[in-house]
Structures are given as structure tokens and as C-alpha cells.
Write a protein that binds this ligand. Structure first.
Ligand SMILES: *Cc1c(COP(=O)(O)O)cnc(C)c1O
Length: 219
């Protein structure tokens, strides 16, 4: 009952910004509750958990991988994944392309950019993003499509800091938009915002927020 209400509250508050319900660590029963409330986009951060949930849940769910992805695990998700938010190397893109080709699909990806003031978070620097986007290797890939950027702000109470970090990412997003881009790149999605900072993220132009604990409770 409360999951249903949380989903409805978020969907009405977010408007055009898409809600990715982050269901990591939560059982399939809870995902079904959210599904029954009309939620179709779900995010997981571990490949094994994602695959085992995908196998037993309705096939019209759109699955998002939001956690670090190792190249050797791409093959397990390539046949169904909707969007990989956490791409952090050209090598990974090349493997996603290879697995996309095997499955006769074009797999949508976001480049994860490091914006936080914390050492634990993954992601590319601005220079690395630009170097990937300008590379001949990327332009040659026919089974991946880069549709935007993802970032995580520092876990802090300081809203100005969060706004600055999201602002940096939005600045990069807008700068890239004005560049000449290869055919398989289009800057559409800005995946920023979690339970603690989604209101700031929405203000800063988020097109998709990834919300877990505020919907499903603490992990
Ligand atoms: C867990 C996670 C989220 C959701 O975090 P909450 O604080 O539970 O909303 C969002 N993004 C990523 C990358 C995550 O790993």
C-alpha cells in the first residue's frame, strides 16, 4: 500500500522527468507492488540480481543498470537491458556493441561522469568524456547509442554543493549538445538525482531521477 502511494506521489511531483525506481536489495514482491501502481522503469546496480529479477517479473518492465558494469558481464544483460547508466570506458562500450550485435539490438547507454567530491565514486572526467565522444573507435560502433550523461553528487547536506556539482554536469551536457557528434550520439537524457537530492536535480534539468529508499524504504 505505501509503495503504491510513494510511486503515485513521485510520479505526480516529477511531471515530465522520468522516475527510475531503484529496487536493488528489495525482493520481487515489492517490485510487483510498484508495478501494480503503474511503474515500469526499474533500476538495479548488480548484474546477477538484475538478471534473476528480470527472469521472473513481467516482460514489459524497462530495466536500467545503474551500477558499475564489468565487461565480462555485459553478455548477461544485452538481450533485455533498456539503458545502461554507468558506462565509464571505451572498452566497455566496445563490449556492449559486440553483445548488442550478437543480439541484433542497439543498446542505449549514458556516460557516467565523476562530479562528486568523494573518492569512492566511479566515472569519467570531462576530458575523458570528450575524448570518447571524439574518437574514431566510438564512431565505428553500430550497436550502441549514447543518449546522455549520468552523475552522482556528493552525499552531503550542503545543497549549494549539490547544486554546483549537478550544474557542472549540466554545463557539460549542454556544451556537448553544441558539438558536432557522431551518428550514434545524441544528448537527450541527464540522469541525476536520488532520494536525498532529486528536488535539486529536477531544478538543474534532470530528465530521469533514480530513487530507491524513498519508495521502497531503507535497505
Ligand atoms: C542506490 C542508487 C540510487 C538510489 O539511491 P537512494 O538513495 O536509495 O534513492 C541511485 N543511483 C545509484 C547509482 C545507486 O546506486
Amino acid at each position: 500500500m505505501t509503495i503504491k502511494k510513494n510511486i503515485e506521489d513521485f510520479q505526480s511531483r516529477l511531471g515530465a522527468c522520468k522516475l527510475i525506481a531503484v529496487s536493488k536489495t528489495h525482493p520481487v514482491e515489492k517490485i510487483k507492488e510498484a508495478y501494480e501502481a503503474g511503474q515500469r522503469d526499474f533500476g538495479e546496480n548488480k548484474v546477477q540480481e538484475l538478471v534473476s529479477k528480470q527472469e521472473v517479473l513481467p516482460k514489459d518492465i524497462q530495466w536500467h543498470l545503474i551500477g558499475h558494469l564489468q565487461s565480462n558481464k555485459v553478455k548477461y544483460i544485452a538481450h533485455f537491458i533498456t539503458l545502461i547508466h554507468s558506462v565509464d570506458s571505451l572498452k566497455l562500450l566496445q563490449e556492449i556493441d559486440k553483445q548488442g550485435r550478437k543480439n541484433n539490438r542497439v543498446i542505449s547507454c549514458l556516460l557516467q561522469v565523476y562530479i562528486a567530491n568523494e573518492e569512492t565514486k566511479f566515472g569519467l572526467s570531462e576530458e575523458e568524456v570528450l575524448s570518447i565522444l571524439n574518437s574514431a573507435e566510438l564512431a565505428a560502433l553500430q550497436n550502441v547509442r549514447i543518449i546522455g550523461l549520468m552523475g552522482m553528487a556528493t552525499l552531503t547536506e550542503n545543497e549549494d554543493q549539490i547544486r554546483n556539482e549537478f550544474g557542472t554536469l549540466r554545463g557539460l551536457f549542454q556544451k556537448i549538445k553544441t558539438n558536432k557528434l557522431p551518428a550514434n550520439v545524441e544528448m537527450i537524457e541527464l540522469s541525476i538525482g536520488m532520494s536525498s537530492d532529486y528536488t535539486v536535480a529536477k531544478e538543474m534539468g534532470s530528465t530521469m531521477v533514480r530513487v530507491g529508499s524513498s519508495i521502497f524504504g531503507n535497505r
